[in-house]
Write a protein that binds this ligand. Structure first.
Ligand code: BES
Ligand code: MN
Ligand code: ZN
Length: 493
């Protein structure tokens, strides 16, 4: 989607959107229309019971000289402090118009008193909502094809270009994460995941380090490698480093993503129904890769390392078995009770490597870790687990601001002892109850003393079965905006 900021409404054909505050007068927003059209618009709004509720839309057609123009009246509600209002406004508009036949949408915000950051966010939402991946559709009918190409925002302040630079970088990162998540597992597997990341970040100054199977063996990553045993696809550990702080000594924030490019469950195989969803079991890694792209594109003034643990979990004659004991890079041993609890086995070795390599003070991991997460929080919040209240607060705040919402869960000794094993240091699953918490407890056993750590279980957030304010059905890009905001608010100098 092409985004343009302008001072005046353009010439030519376009659909016109006029936002109006819930406590403002609709008539005041209709400047530029002649009297008959103004009264038509007011009557059309009333007929549609348009009450200027947040992100509600009333639609009509008016004449402008000898052309007919689609007019969209958009409610803003009354809450000026609603952080995600413009997401819904922009997203509803372009979601509605994407295949409408309109090619250009003009949103006139002049006189509404919106800050430049809000205007940029409106543009971001308008663009993000129309993201789609049509690569594999060879038979889309003309009517099913998108028509909308350009959004013009009229009347933003002089600071909007700088704000848009940030949001354009965010859009690029979110789009990249969605692409990785959307691609099927025959296209995106550990090696090709790394290649996609290289291509997406070429020339941006991100340093890549890639560990192959032999290197991981030398390092003793028995937990990660155990998951990979059944797969014909070799595993990778990818580290993307962005040094933007201007001070190479500044310890980096480390982000770690679960990148299981397909999760069959392994020998503890999953039921067939719905298994195709497990192509997005690399959504944590996708969010980390997307965030790195955003941070590099906008030249964030912080040192950040994004690490992706990339494996495929398959059943095979060579696959690991329930009951196998593996030794992690930390030296701790793990009894693999269930080969489908593989994410934590990947994360623990990635986490140990990251701590030894970068000596970070702060580590955040993201993972589609447990189905139990969907049972507890559904599709509204990701679960947050942390060993530090300050870090938890920073992440919760970033979630509120961006709309990538988080809800904190407890961790602690009582849960931790549920994963003690009679044969090894721990087992990879606890009882059925509190499955998301015992999964977090497992990862916590690999956090080194003094490190502030948070784990985000994003199992319910990566993929949407229905459209939302910023996405169509499918990949959401959850986590990219969250991580970007978390870095911007807490680590940039
Ligand atoms: N990738 C799954 C978690 C998942 C399931 C995410 C459904 C989204 C939707 C993970 O690897 C897994 O299989 N977890 C098991 C753990 C269990 C064996 C303790 C689960 O949640 O069933
Ligand atoms: Mn699994
Ligand atoms: Zn998994």
């Amino acid at each position: 989607m092409k985004i343009v900021f302008a001072n005046e409404r353009p010439e030519g054909a376009y659909a016109l959107a006029l936002p109006v505050w819930g406590d403002g007068a609709l008539a005041d927003r209709l400047s530029g229309l002649d009297e008959p059209n103004r009264s038509l618009a007011l009557r059309a709004a009333e007929a549609q019971r348009f009450e200027r509720d947040a992100a509600s839309i009333a639609e009509t057609f008016v004449t402008d000289g000898d052309t007919v123009r689609r007019l969209l009246l958009v409610g803003l509600g009354t809450r000026r402090d609603d952080e995600t209002l413009l997401d819904r406004v922009g997203g509803n508009l372009t979601g509605r118009l994407l295949k409408s036949g309109e090619t250009r949408l003009v949103i006139d915000i002049a006189g509404l008193g919106l800050e430049d950051s809000k205007a940029a966010r409106l543009a971001f939402a308008a663009a993000a909502r129309t993201w789609r991946y049509d690569l594999y559709r060879t038979k889309l009918s003309a009517k099913a094809k998108p028509t909308l190409e350009e959004v013009v925002i009229v009347g933003a302040g002089a600071g909007v270009d700088a704000e848009w630079e940030h949001m354009a970088a965010l859009l690029a990162g979110v789009s990249f994460a969605r692409e990785l998540v959307t691609e099927p597992a025959n296209i995106i597997y550990p090696v090709s995941f790394v290649e996609r990341c290289r291509a997406a970040m070429e020339g941006l100054g991100v340093e890549f380090e890639v560990l192959d199977e032999a290197r991981m063996q030398e390092l003793g990553m028995g937990a990660l490698l155990g998951v990979s045993l059944g797969s014909a696809q070799p595993p990778r550990l990818l580290a993307m480093r962005w040094n933007g702080a201007g001070n190479a000594e500044q310890k980096p924030v480390v982000l770690i993503g679960k990148g299981v490019t397909f999760d069959t469950g392994g020998i503890s195989i999953k039921p067939a129904a719905g298994m195709e969803a497990m192509k997005w079991d690399m959504g944590g890694a996708g969010a980390v890769a997307g965030a790195m792209k955003t941070l590099a594109e906008r030249k964030a003034k912080a040192n950040v390392v994004g690490i992706c643990g990339l494996v495929e979990n398959m059943p095979d004659g060579k696959a690991q078995r329930p009951g196998d004991v593996v030794t992690s890079m930390s030296g701790q041993t793990i009894e693999v009770i269930n080969t489908d609890a593989e994410g934590r086995l990947v994360l623990c070795d990635a986490l140990t490597w990251a701590q030894r390599e970068y000596k970070p003070e702060v580590v955040v991991d993201l993972a589609t870790l447990t189905g139990a997460m969907l049972i507890s929080l559904g599709f509204e919040y990701a679960g947050l687990f942390a060993n530090d209240d300050g870090l938890a607060e920073q992440l919760l705040a970033a979630g509120k601001k961006t709309g990538d919402k988080l809800w904190r869960f407890p961790v602690g000794e009582a849960y931790d002892k549920l994963i003690d094993s009679p044969i090894a240091d721990m087992k990879n699953v606890g009882p059925r109850e509190a499955g998301s918490i015992t999964a977090a407890s497992f990862i916590a056993r690999f956090v080194e003393p003094g490190v502030k750590w948070a784990h985000l279980d994003i199992a319910g957030m990566v993929w949407a079965n229905k459209s939302g304010p910023l996405w169509d059905k499918g990949a959401t890009g959850y986590g990219v905006a969250l991580l970007d905001r978390f870095v911007a608010d807490n680590f940039e100098t």
